[in-house]
Design a binder for this molecule. Sequence first.
Ligand code: FES
Length: 67
Amino acid sequence: MARFVIHEEKGPFKISAIEEPAFICMCGLSKGKPYCDNTHMKTLDEEDEVTYIYEGDVRYDVDEEMS
Ligand code: FES
């Protein structure tokens, strides 16, 4: 079974109401979920209207793959 999950955030959600702030992954790429591990840096140059698939270190543009 495979599943596509769309994440549109390019950075973590900061929980600051606790003694030590925690950063929760919102991009979906962290290998240490639920916490951010800075893998979201890969998303910073994404274009807004493009849907991407990440497989390991490779990023695919869905529209280019389907055409
Ligand atoms: S927000 Fe996902 S790794 Fe940082």
